[in-house]
Design a protein around this ligand. Structure first.
Ligand SMILES: Cc1cc2nc3c(=O)[nH]c(=O)nc-3n(C[C@H](O)[C@H](O)[C@H](O)COP(=O)(O)OP(=O)(O)OC[C@H]3O[C@@H](n4cnc5c(N)ncnc54)[C@H](O)[C@@H]3O)c2cc1C
Length: 542
């Protein structure tokens, strides 16, 4: 996959997508698989915003049952199974425990009723070829069983725990990237570090947008018969800036932070109910990810950050509701914030707001024919949202295309058969690579292609950073996965920066490999290293 700047500037596309988060990536995958001529531009790196900074769950959304959002839960559960099937290396089952403290039979019965409904709505959760991907129904663990499973739930009043299953992503960044790789293989013209600007309008028809390449400063027009704004939390702001007037469709932005701490559970995730909200304790790459908060965010999405107060408030809340965790500021190895782009229902209540997605046809609503926005939604339902978006665009363009195949077609690395067999074959073949399982999850069927970078350079099979990555991934990221900056490699193409700041040595080695591939000067190499520092620093709220 290479930056397709010439094509973007010189061809006319059926569809231009502005934004390379999971929404844009899924639309690009779907539209290109159906035979449309697709362009996608992303102002930073792919999946570098909301699509990276979330709870990494592919889930039905148990709590939405409380709002009677049965349709959304069913859709999410259906999509959960589809992701498990099309990307089995990156999406795996995760057991959850919900501890019950002192609520008595009534609390237990209410939750059980919800979980029974959740089981019923996911009636197809066993319809997967790989038995290891099939999710069981919920069950009850008495106090002793619950504590034996996860001692951190210990607290006076513990009666037991309900166990249910959802799924977790190994790397949301790579899953979104795989969708883009597939789109690229199907002819899409894609580039990161290209921002969309003024819309190109003829009469009241939108015919693409002005674009600026951040690498060179070059400005050019991208022409398309239909344009989709898939800019996540920037969507309404982008639209208003380019229209110069307000649009009927507004977003509420809700900030959610996550903290990475040393592992506090053995195997299961925990869902902890707390004062009208909840948080998750999630096993993640040998650590625990705790998330998330939910607070209205009024500033520009570009100013998002995590403050020391965010961390101390959240730690206090966690310790109050899960005292055995005994988390301290020193326990926090890494943190991040994401912004939920929620459809504004006028309530101002971000926790209660629906996570449903909305497709806006600005031809109908703002008199701008050929312009669409995809807003709101969840990672889990992004494939389904993309299908509706492409259906609407195909109808608008009045073209005949192939049927949608994204629910059957494996993602770029997804064609691996049964996960356990795939992992075992890789372990046998690569006995010199102690972290081969990690690599197998990261690349799936593309693993041989990545490892081939080290064919005549055995030094590239050496580990880099502390998260199981090897040097060959960096070469592969630059040559085949459009990594342009050190942050692309450290934060998204590999897991080097995902469990806390990598060591100086690791950054030095990674940047030297990139410098050799991209011809960086020594000055550029040091700048790339210093530009990574803010990822690991707190900042006070703007
Ligand atoms: C705290 C939190 C926890 C969550 N947990 C989960 C979860 O566990 N499971 C789940 O299913 N969902 C979860 N979500 C929701 C999910 O992450 C989002 O629905 C999803 O990532 C949205 O993707 P997107 O592509 O629409 O937005 P984004 O990922 O934000 O992508 C939009 C992209 O547009 C780009 N862009 C903006 N302006 C321009 C421009 N002018 N030109 C070019 N590009 C531009 C941005 O740089 C960005 O990369 C969570 C969200 C948050 C915030």
């Amino acid at each position: 996959m290479r930056r397709a700047l010439d094509r973007l500037a010189n061809e006319t596309f059926d569809l231009l997508i502005i934004g390379g988060g999971v929404t844009g990536a899924c639309v690009a995958r779907d539209a290109s698989l159906r035979g449309l001529k697709v362009a996608l531009i992303e102002k930073n790196d792919f999946a570098g915003a909301t699509s990276a900074h979330n709870s990494k769950l592919v889930h039905g959304g148990l709590r939405y049952l409380r709002n009677f959002e049965f349709g959304l839960v069913r859709e999410s559960l259906k999509e959960r199974r589809i992701w498990q099937r099309i990307a089995p290396h990156l999406v795996h089952p995760l057991p959850f425990l919900v501890p019950i403290y002192g609520g008595g039979l009534r609390a237990r019965a209410t939750l059980r009723a919800g979980l029974t409904l959740y089981d019923l709505l996911s009636f197809d959760k066993g319809w997967l070829d790989d038995p290891a991907q099939r999710l069981p129904n919920h069950s009850w663990l008495n106090r002793n069983e619950a504590l034996a499973a996860e001692p951190v739930m210990d607290r006076p009043g513990l009666e037991g725990a309900l166990q249910y299953y959802d799924a977790q992503m190994y790397s949301p960044e790579r899953l979104a990237l795989e969708c883009l790789i597939e789109a690229d293989e199907n002819g899409a013209a894609i580039a990161n570090y290209v921002s969309g600007g003024k819309l190109l309008k003829r009469d009241e028809r939108v015919e693409g947008c002005e674009a600026r390449d951040d690498e060179t400063g070059q400005v050019f027009d991208v022409r398309a018969r239909a344009t989709l704004i898939a800019a996540g939390p920037w969507a309404d702001i982008f639209l208003e800036q380019t229209l110069g007037r307000s649009s009927a469709h507004k977003l509420m932005r809700s900030k959610g932070i996550h903290l990475l701490v040393p592992a506090i559970t053995r195997k299961a995730a925990l869902t902890i109910a707390a004062e009208g909200s909840h948080f998750f304790i999630l096993p993640w790459h040998g650590h625990t990810l705790v998330g998330t908060t939910d607070t209205a965010f009024k500033n520009s999405p570009d100013d998002l950050g995590v403050s020391e107060k965010d961390i101390s408030d959240f730690l206090a809340f966690i310790n109050q509701n899960l005292p055995a965790a005994k988390l301290m500021r020193e326990s926090v190895e890494y943190f991040y914030a994401g912004l939920r782009p929620l459809v504004d229902d006028g309530s101002g209540d971000t926790y209660g707001a629906s996570r449903r997605a909305e497709l806006v046809d600005h031809g109908k609503d703002d008199g701008l024919d050929g312009l669409f926005s995809a807003i709101g939604g969840k990672w889990t339902t992004s494939r389904d949202l993309a299908q509706s978006v492409v259906d609407a665009i195909v109808e608008k363009l009045a073209v005949s295309v192939a049927d949608c195949e994204t629910d059957e077609e494996p993602t770029a690395g997804g064609d691996i058969g049964r996960v356990a067999d795939f992992l075992s074959a890789q372990r046998k073949e690569h006995t010199d690579l102690p972290t081969i399982e990690h690599l197998a999850h990261m690349y799936g069927a593309r693993l041989p292609e990545m490892l081939a970078q080290a064919d005549n350079r055995p030094e590239l099979r050496q580990p880099i950073g502390g998260a199981g990555d090897i040097a060959a991934q960096i070469v592969f990221a630059v040559r085949e996965e459009m990594a342009l900056r050190l942050s692309d490699v450290v934060m998204r193409r590999t897991c080097m920066g995902q469990i806390g700041a990598p060591s100086k040595d690791a950054l030095d080695s990674a940047s030297r490999i990139m410098a050799r591939e991209l011809g960086w000067s020594e000055e550029r190499r040091s700048r790339e290293i210093s530009e990574l520092a803010p990822w690991f620093l707190t900042r006070e709220a703007a």
